[in-house]
Design a protein around this ligand. Structure first.
Ligand code: FAD
Length: 382
């Protein structure tokens, strides 16, 4: 089978690898001319780690990620601990799979290296896709037509494949603006360094941080309910002063991280989502990851669900005739991801509620309480 995947993000690359390992011919078309250091931290939860283990990537994942011991939820101003969850060995033992934080660029390069080893020349950079057709034809912006048995739109929240072939509305601004920063750990005074990964929560705002790159860097993401500015890009620079307008009176561990952020390591973006679709199938074309179910990041499941999609789709395509495979993929994945989209939105409201101390009695379950970590994309019935 010949598969064309549009987009070399986390989901597209994982799917390419899973298909390649099953002996299929894969081409990945990526608009970016080069794959670089864009992005910062990504959380890999046990449900995603099972996929990487099956793809033979565990050793590199462990080597390049940080496995947190605990994870805290704290009051925005006092820093008082509202929830404390054990991670590390306890999580690994409970789920038989890991929970870790990794720099997106590191994860990306692990996937690219593995794909290059398995299928040299399968990744085509600087190849933006303009259109796709239900018969399996993909048209690049340069005017080349590529024909495939299956086309997989893994082209992110602004997916061109989705816009062209599916009954969809445009991406919708969520009212959330995010900032992300990367801070050299050594530049933050020791007593101001948060000891464990965690999130400070307050009314209409939250500030989440965790270490990456052998704990040499602290990655943070700050979310503010804010209307007006609405640009969705990973490369828009911001400034400490702009971020401090929103967090100046937050706990000293929060402001210390903001003050220590290098000038070129602070970016902001507006968060967009798209409503669930009625189907992910149009002829020989389907979707995965953010293209199919972009979600708010409050459950840390954006990358994990793209990785799950990738494995389930590859298994279905390998095991069944095309039409049946797509039906089975759609049935297996759409209800789960639609539910996660909605739960991530609700959890965000609970995180950003008026009274942080009421967080534990808010009634909205987090990703672990919902049982999301139990999902095994490698073995689930499809
Ligand atoms: P994405 O990771 O968004 O990948 C989509 C890919 O498709 C991109 O490489 C894009 O360039 C490509 N593409 C889009 N349109 C076309 C087209 N027309 N033709 C060809 N290729 C196309 N999440 C975090 O939690 N933290 C981060 O720091 C972070 N940084 C990110 C940086 C970048 C540059 C990107 C693209 C995404 C980032 N994300 C980050 C989002 C996160 O990676 C995704 O939400 C998640 O991994 C789901 O992945 P995906 O493969 O579905 O989509």
């Amino acid at each position: 089978m010949k598969a064309v995947i549009v987009g070399a993000g986390i989901g597209g690359l994982t799917c390419a690898l899973a298909l390649r390992q099953r002996g299929h011919d894969v081409t990945v078309l990526e608009q970016a001319p080069q794959l670089g250091e864009i992005g910062a931290g990504i959380t890999i939860t046990p449900n995603a780690d099972r996929v990487f283990a099956d793809l033979g990537l565990s050793d590199r994942m462990v080597a390049q990620s940080v496995i947190p011991e605990r994870q805290l939820t704290q009051h925005w101003q006092s820093g008082d601990i509202i929830r404390d969850v054990e991670r590390g060995a306890a999580t690994a033992q409970h789920y038989g799979a890991g929970y870790y934080h990794i720099h997106r660029a590191d994860l990306h390069s692990i996937l690219v290296d593995a794909l290059s080893a398995a299928a040299p020349d399968s990744l085509k950079l600087a190849t933006p896709v303009q259109d796709a057709r239900p018969d399996g034809t993909v048209l690049t912006e340069a005017g080349t037509a590529v024909k495939a048995d299956i086309v997989i739109g893994a082209d992110g929240v602004k997916s061109q494949v989705r816009s062209r072939l599916f009954a969809t509305e445009e991406p919708k601004f969520t009212g959330q603006v995010a900032w992300r920063g990367l801070v050299p750990r050594c530049s933050v005074e020791t007593d101001m360094q948060p000891h464990f990964p965690g999130v400070h929560i307050g009314p209409k705002k939250l500030f989440m941080r965790y270490p990456v790159r052998a704990e040499t860097l602290v990655n943070y993401a700050a979310f503010v309910e804010l209307y007006g500015w609405q640009e969705e890009s990973w490369t828009i620079p911001s400034s400490r002063a702009e971020l401090l307008e929103h967090f100046a009176v937050w706990a000293p561990e929060v402001t210390a991280l903001i003050h220590a952020t290098p000038d070129d390591q602070l970016f902001k973006w507006a968060l967009f989502v798209r409503a669930p679709l009625d189907t992910w199938i149009n002829g020989r074309v389907t979707l995965l990851g953010d293209a199919a179910h972009a979600m708010l990041p409050f459950m840390g499941q954006g990358a994990a669900t793209a990785i799950e999609d990738a494995m389930v789709l590859a298994r279905a395509l390998d095991a069944y005739p095309l039409d049946e495979a797509l039906e089975r993929y759609d049935t297996a994945r759409r209800p789960r991801t639609s539910a996660i989209q909605e739960n991530a939105r609700l959890l965000g409201l609970q995180f950003q509620g008026e009274d942080p101390n009421a967080f534990n009695s808010g009634g909205i379950k987090n990703e672990e309480q919902l049982g999301l970590f139990d999902y095994d994309a490698v073995h689930v019935d499809i």
